[in-house]
Design a protein around this ligand. Sequence first.
Ligand SMILES: Cc1cc2nc3c(=O)[nH]c(=O)nc-3n(C[C@H](O)[C@H](O)[C@H](O)COP(=O)(O)OP(=O)(O)OC[C@H]3O[C@@H](n4cnc5c(N)ncnc54)[C@H](O)[C@@H]3O)c2cc1C
Length: 414
Amino acid sequence: MDFSYSEQTEQLRAQLNNFMDDHIIPRIGQWRDEVAAGQYPVSFMEDLKALAREEGLWNMFLPGLRADEPGTRLSNLEYAPLAEIMGRVPWSSEVFNCNAPDTGNMEVLHMFATPRQREQWLVPLLNGEIRSAFAMTEPDVASSDATNIQTSIRRDGDHYLINGRKWFITNAHHPNCRVFILMGKTDPDADTYRQQSMVLVPMDTPGVELVRNLTTLNHHSPEGHSEVLFRDVRVPVSNLIGQEGDGFMIAQARLGPGRIHHCMRSIGMAEVCLDLMVARSQDRKTFGKYLYQHGSIGEWIARSRIEIEQARLLVLKTAAMIDEVGARGARKEISMIKVIAPTLLATVADRAMQVFGAMGVTPDTPLADFYTGGRVLRYADGPDEVHLQTIARLELKDSAGRRMDIARYMTPKQ
Ligand SMILES: Cc1cc2nc3c(=O)[nH]c(=O)nc-3n(C[C@H](O)[C@H](O)[C@H](O)COP(=O)(O)OP(=O)(O)OC[C@H]3O[C@@H](n4cnc5c(N)ncnc54)[C@H](O)[C@@H]3O)c2cc1C
């Protein structure tokens, strides 16, 4: 496999790095202050989005972008290093219309929407005019097993009637969020994997109630990880995505590329943590030595570099495999990187916090936010343990037919 960057990627990397230097990094403080003051989306967001779109730094995550759709068409492998750059300042991905969960939702609509659904929801999403949320997880059932989902989607004439409670619904508190892709059950008596369906639920439908925005490790995300109540919510049957019973299949299709986008951004965040760790260790002295001259801190720097490089190579391999054999063929690699990248981020952020001393756990550095991001990503898009189970299952399947003859590797008894 060749992971060298294409000419187009190199050019976009340079362009994106310049954009980050000129427009994003100088606004980190302003973004934080405006969010703290309840001003969200922040005042400069729409201006920066217009600028990014003008520069062609738009919708780069979607390989299947049609000629008439706005954005720069790239493969997953080409997109990976760009997502990594955006990850350095996590809110920046909205500027480029490359933020979760809108990316995953646009992928779903791209694959499955009817022409009317495309017009109503996909076009404004691709234009960055609205935001969206994906509503699957429920407080009352173990949602890492999506077959447990209980929200009911009951047919009633030309409408579906929806009842259920969801939580951790990212983006639902974004003031521009206009629509949910909601997963629920249309037929609890069907085969286990045909009970679920997905429907589009406009935010302003009567019966939709934003209950609260959950903090994670006391971290406040202005776009929300929200609890949402759906009480006798009525939507036309034309809001169904695909066919009744397709929900599980669509959920699987949605999570392929989206999962590795998080990993790509995590690597960018881990790089910032390492950069900060190195710089701080060169600035401060204890016991007559710079911090990096103490063996333990030198080792953290070295281990962080090794682990970031390992993760990046696996992300690139996974992206290349998605391009070549599709998300289904890359299932094992997607799960592997989904386990590695969040823990890598939390680990490197943790080391960097320690090098910064007490300052490392304050909001004066981005480290605590990065740490939180890594830790919570161990649940989002499926907890580690479910991915480990998938990897083990596929490993055993792949090894069928080449089972090792254990005796050949044993030392014979004398
Ligand atoms: C920051 C954040 C953002 C999120 N955004 C969204 C979103 O936008 N939309 C959405 O629908 N959901 C979202 N989620 C929810 C996330 O997808 C779920 O939390 C996740 O799927 C786990 O479901 P659960 O919390 O119900 O845990 P449960 O299913 O109750 O699982 C609890 C624990 O059991 C263990 N476990 C589960 N299965 C196995 C197994 N096979 N083997 C061993 N151990 C196992 C794991 O340790 C797991 O953490 C988000 C979560 C977070 C933290």
